[in-house]
Design a protein around this ligand. Structure first.
Ligand code: ATP
Ligand code: MG
Length: 409
């Protein structure tokens, strides 16, 4: 049997990037031989094994054929006769379809190295169209390597467009989609992921609520970029520049969905878009079964981001309501994520990227003022239940009033 390094490990070494996980392909072996060498099978009928020591993935060289809708609709053919070239041709991109032996001799039948040099994301063969997940993968790689100047090849974008129009994207499971979306959002230029999905018509299928923001104007005084879709991309870009976590990036992507619902007669104003957007945010959250912390933050940021911007003008009682809504006493981290999401929203505007955002520290101060109210003295007065809750609220309101005064003097 011959063993080759494949996929991302080869690509990233040639790019001079750190290689984290290594995938291997094994040519000329049977499953029985692998088991005899101590490899552990990954699934019952999937020709992939884990190395007994390193735990890395070793896949038998295989060919694939599409036999139905979705990812389940694949039949695999793995046998010792399958060649390395036959295995490589089923892969998504030419830059992912190179193999390397232990002497670092490159097998590159589909010219991945040339495309690496030319900074092109190009599909390997027409079989690309057999797995709709590849649309998301290509968009994700575009987001990751945008900083190196990579672009999607026009013919690949065209295939992605056909796939998007075919209805195949709808066959993707929430789990597979979310895995790609969440990884893409954590790349260095997540806005490129959304842009590429939009360019090939996939955004309209996957997240029509986000797609609908493009072409919707906002008031130029607050939004020099005018377009709500462009604004959303910029907010996401800021979130990545400021190394924000996934929860914040997800909330940034969805914070303005309500603007897509505004009747044209009302443009460029978007009255109550925060509230109107909630059902859309919920729908997107549920479509991809986003993790609970992502779902929650997206809804809270959607509902309260304007409060964030107006923080310095909010009455003490409104501040208190805001803090209560976030349960800031038990979930301080979530409120901090809200604050930075608001800041990204404020900076994700053309020419305003460097603006200061005093609201952030002001909100942090308000949170600590309210959290500073001690429960113990109230307990000692014998208060409990709803009475205790009311007294606590009164004390917190007092603390916030004092905070407001000290902040304005
Ligand atoms: P990463 O750095 O994100 O791990 P990777 O290229 O190693 O990138 P993996 O998901 O680990 O990506 O997959 C390893 C290889 O398997 C890819 O390089 C590609 O050749 C192939 N591959 C994975 N998923 C698909 C797919 N859905 N369609 C076609 N080829 C795929
Ligand atoms: Mg990999």
């Amino acid at each position: 049997m011959q063993i080759y390094k494949v996929g991302g490990a080869v690509r990233d070494r040639l790019l001079g990037k750190p290689v984290t996980d290594i995938d291997w392909v094994v040519v000329g072996a049977t499953a029985e031989e692998m088991l005899a060498k101590g490899f552990r099978p990954v699934g019952a009928d999937f020709p992939v094994f884990l190395h007994p020591k390193s735990g890395e993935e070793y896949a038998l060289a295989r060919t694939e054929r599409k036999s139905g809708r979705g990812y389940g609709g694949f039949t695999f053919h793995a046998s010792p006769e399958v060649t390395l070239e036959e295995d490589l041709i089923r892969r998504d991109l030419t830059i992912n379809a190179m193999a390397e032996d232990d002497q670092q001799n490159l097998t590159d039948p589909y010219h991945g190295q040339r495309d690496l040099e030319d900074r092109i994301l190009r599909h390997v063969s027409p079989a690309f169209a057999e797995d709709p997940l590849r649309v998301l993968r290509v968009a994700r790689f575009a987001a990751r390597y945008a900083e190196l100047g990579f672009k999607v090849a026009p013919e690949t974008l065209e295939l992605m467009r056909q796939l998007s129009e075919s209805g195949e994207l709808e066959a993707l499971t929430a789990e597979r989609s979310w895995k790609e979306i969440s990884r893409a959002l954590m790349e260095s230029q997540p806005q490129v992921f959304i842009q590429v999905l939009r360019d090939c018509g996939a955004l309209k299928v996957l997240m029509p609520e986000v797609d609908a923001l493009f072409g919707v104007p906002q008031p130029e005084v607050h939004h020099p970029e005018i377009d709500s879709g462009i604004h959303t991309l910029s907010v996401l870009e800021q979130a990545a520049l400021h190394k924000q976590p996934l929860t914040v990036r997800w909330a940034c992507l969805l914070h303005d969905l309500g603007k897509g619902l505004t009747p044209e007669e009302e443009w460029p104003r978007h009255i109550a878009h925060e509230h109107k957007g909630l059902k859309l945010i919920k729908a997107v959250n549920e479509r991809f079964k986003a993790p609970k912390d992502c779902q929650e933050l997206a809804l809270l940021v959607g509902q309260y981001h304007t409060h964030g911007h107006r923080a310095l003008e909010l009455k003490a009682s409104t501040l208190l309501e805001l803090l209560q809504s976030f349960d800031v006493y038990r979930r301080p981290q979530r409120f901090e994520e809200f604050i930075v999401a608001c800041e990204m929203d404020a900076r994700g505007r053309k020419g305003l990227e460097q603006r200061s955002y005093p609201q952030a520290d002001y909100l942090r101060g308000a949170a600590s003022a309210a959290r500073g109210v001690a429960v113990q003295p109230l307990l000692e007065k014998g208060l409990k239940g709803p009475e205790l809750g009311e007294a606590l609220k009164r004390e917190r309101l007092k603390a916030l009033k004092a905070y407001k005064e000290s902040a304005s003097s």
